[in-house]
Design a binder for this molecule. Structure first.
Ligand code: ADP
Ligand code: MG
Length: 273
């Protein structure tokens, strides 16, 4: 599990270790009359692992979806790798706004990989085909090259021997590992995980967390929504606790998990133990 990760051959320079990967300033998101995110500030540096904790309904998924441009938002700013995202327009040096093309938005999105709670593999494709799909059809990578890379990635998540299996022939843990390989196939700079193990039988959680830990150790920048406190303690550089659409506490795990200050976080930690 030590393959270096570069295939789609990103034309843009990647930001160096320690520089800002995600910078969110005063983000507000509404669904109709519901004010869901109420001024979120969040900074994640290149190479950093950020674990997002919070009760159900606190806005964690919405926040990840805004970062990945699956939702629009009402106010604030999100930058990924220095580039402002979430708007269909871009400020030009002379102050005018130019509309982004579909292609530019797709390029921004390709910088971010996402893995969801529910397995979202294409059911009619094998594991290998799932991993090859986006490089071929989105990035235009030649099929032979995409296949080599997909085999490497499946190897890396311990799924090489299941490459020709369909999702229905795989356990939930195996499907999630393929989903991680598939997200990695576009060579993202940032990975978002939205409760990647919470739909799994308990005995399958460990194998998926092991793959995510391996990715973290390889230097991948990530934001992980999870209730797995052991994982957070072991892997997170930064733990952010959200409740009611705001960040209540954030800091290193030994501070946020082991010495929670607010009653809300203390209650939450009791509830997930
Ligand atoms: P979490 O992931 O922390 O459980 P979510 O981000 O999924 O929270 O949801 C936060 C709140 O936003 C919830 O009250 C949820 O019902 C609401 N919400 C999420 N998506 C939508 C939507 N598409 N339309 C209306 N309300 C939504
Ligand atoms: Mg959620």
């Amino acid at each position: 599990m030590s393959t270096t990760m570069s295939t789609t051959g990103g034309s843009q320079q990647r930001p160096p270790l320690g520089s800002p990967m995600v910078a969110i300033t005063d983000l507000h998101k509404e669904f109709g009359a519901l004010h869901i995110l109420k001024g979120i500030n969040l900074n994640v540096s290149v190479g950093e692992v950020c674990v997002l904790l919070g009760p159900s309904g606190s806005g964690k998924s919405t926040l990840l979806r805004c970062i990945n441009q699956l939702e629009t938002f009402e106010a604030g700013e999100i930058r990924v790798g220095g580039e402002r995202v979430g708007f269909a327009e871009k400020a030009l040096p002379d102050g005018r706004l130019a509309r982004l093309t579909e292609r530019q938005i797709a390029a921004q999105r390709a910088r971010v990989g996402m893995v969801f709670q529910r397995f979202n593999l294409f059911p009619h494709m094998t594991a290998l085909q799932n991993v090859m799909e986006a490089p071929i059809h989105v990035a235009g990578v030649p099929s032979a090259q995409a296949r080599t890379r997909a085999v490497d990635l499946l190897e890396r998540v311990g799924m090489a021997d299941r490459a020709s299996h369909y999702p229905s022939e795989l356990s939930g843990g195996q499907q999630q590992r393929v989903a991680i390989a598939r997200a990695m196939a576009m060579d993202p700079e940032l990975m978002l995980f939205d409760e990647p193990t919470s739909a799994l039988d308990p005995e399958l959680v460990g194998e998926v967390l092991a793959v995510i830990k391996d990715l973290a150790r390889s230097g991948m920048t990530m934001v992980v929504v999870t209730h797995e406190l052991g994982f957070a303690r072991e892997v997170a550089d930064q733990v952010v606790f959200m409740a009611g659409g705001v960040v209540v506490e954030s800091g290193p795990p030994d501070q946020v998990i082991d010495h929670p200050q607010s009653p809300r976080l203390q209650d939450f930690l009791r509830s997930v133990l």
